[in-house]
Design a protein around this ligand. Structure first.
Ligand code: KG4
Ligand code: ZN
Length: 338
């Protein structure tokens, strides 16, 4: 079975080919120009997707040594994401499916991330605990199988990646902030400032807006960003990263005490964070669980995870029509309540 996957939910256009469970291509074209604006500009993103999607598909087919007629299933991200950006990939994929008379399946971007660990050699084993940490989402899930996903916790305000981006902007590090905070943290003292982590009534939920405000207040109390030395900024970055990672791992430990799982998987853009990874390794060893954190190319937005998720849905009997529409946000009740 040959699956063509297309991802265009934000600032990455990606096309992947999955051939009998083997990933033959995962091309990712990143729209670097957004850094000039300090964040993703939706309209510019849509236009860039439109320019690159067709050449990228042609390139992916060539690299995989296949032709259009060899494709058995076409999968594309329907949401959540930027509507204009999603429209480009989704409409392109539907048009291709219609023209080739091949089945089409729309994929939820978050579900793509959830199962991205299956692109690794060592895969998660059901049931697994999944921490989804990206620029738009922070979710703790109990994944029983390919179709039963339970929501254990969610952010009540900012997503963790968003807080990395906002704090980086505040410290003058630029966009995207996650990798910049990680780099600065290496030179900082993580014990210098104690930033608070919100304790919520629902213990498995997350909150990051208070942490971001605490960093802002701290910077203001020191006379503003212009008064801070590089060394001091590194300390602040390091203390913020440590608090943000603590907020995530605290809930993972709580969930492990409550739910019996075989594996833990950490997915999404923030799963690339080295401090989070090292803390998760300690937890997995302590609780004796198999830990799966995808390679960096599968942590950020990519079409390989969309192709895999499309295939798993198709194999579980899910069928789609060309009527599926793009959607900007994840609905409240998308995942099952425990
Ligand atoms: O999953 P993703 O590529 O896009 C979304 O679906 O949101 O995640 C992007 C997020 C950004 O907020 C970015 O700053 C963050 O992932 N990120 C990181 C790191 N690399 C990317 N955050 C912390 N540490 C990193 N190394
Ligand atoms: Zn994503």
């Amino acid at each position: 079975m040959i699956v063509l996957g297309i991802e265009s939910s934000c600032d990455e256009t990606s096309v992947a080919v999955l051939k009998n469970n083997i990933l033959t291509t995962n091309l990712i074209s990143s729209q670097d120009f957004h850094k000039n604006y300090g964040g993703v500009v939706p309209e510019l993103s849509s236009r860039a997707h439109l320019q690159i999607v067709n050449p990228l598909v042609k390139d992916a087919l060539k690299k995989s040594g296949i032709e259009l007629k060899d494709i058995d299933l076409i999968a594309a991200t329907a949401g959540p994401g930027l509507i204009g950006a999603l429209l480009v990939g989704l409409t392109y994929a539907k048009g291709l499916a219609l023209g080739l008379n091949k089945p089409f399946i729309s994929v939820n971007h978050i579900e793509g991330h959830i199962f991205s660990g299956f692109l690794m050699k060592q895969k998660p084993e059901f049931p697994f605990l999944c921490l989804v940490v990206s620029g738009g989402h922070t979710l703790l899930l109990l994944v029983k199988n390919f179709t039963e996903i339970y929501k254990l916790g969610n952010t009540v305000d900012d997503a963790v990646g968003e807080s990395f981006d906002k704090v980086a902007k505040l410290l003058g590090f630029g966009y995207p902030g996650g990798p910049k905070i990680q780099e600065a943290s290496k030179f900082g003292d993580a014990n210098k400032i104690n930033f608070p982590i919100a304790e919520l009534k629902h213990k498995l939920n997350f909150s990051f807006s208070g942490l971001k405000t605490a960093v802002l207040r701290y910077v203001q109390s020191q006379g503003g960003i212009d008064k801070l030395t590089e060394e001091y900024k590194n300390d602040i970055a390091s203390c913020f990263q440590s608090a943000a990672v603590n907020a995530l791992t605290r809930n993972v430990k709580r969930a492990l005490k409550k739910y019996d799982v075989n594996s833990i998987s950490v997915v999404g853009g923030v799963a690339a964070n080295e401090h989070l990874k090292s803390e998760m390794i300690k937890i997995s060893e302590k609780y004796n669980k198999n830990l799966v954190i995808p390679d960096i190319q599968f942590c950020g937005d990519n079409a390989a995870m969309i192709a895999f998720r499309g295939k798993s849905l198709y194999e579980n009997g899910i069928r789609d029509t060309l009527a599926s529409k793009p959607f900007p946000a994840l609905s409240e009740n998308h995942f099952l309540e425990i």
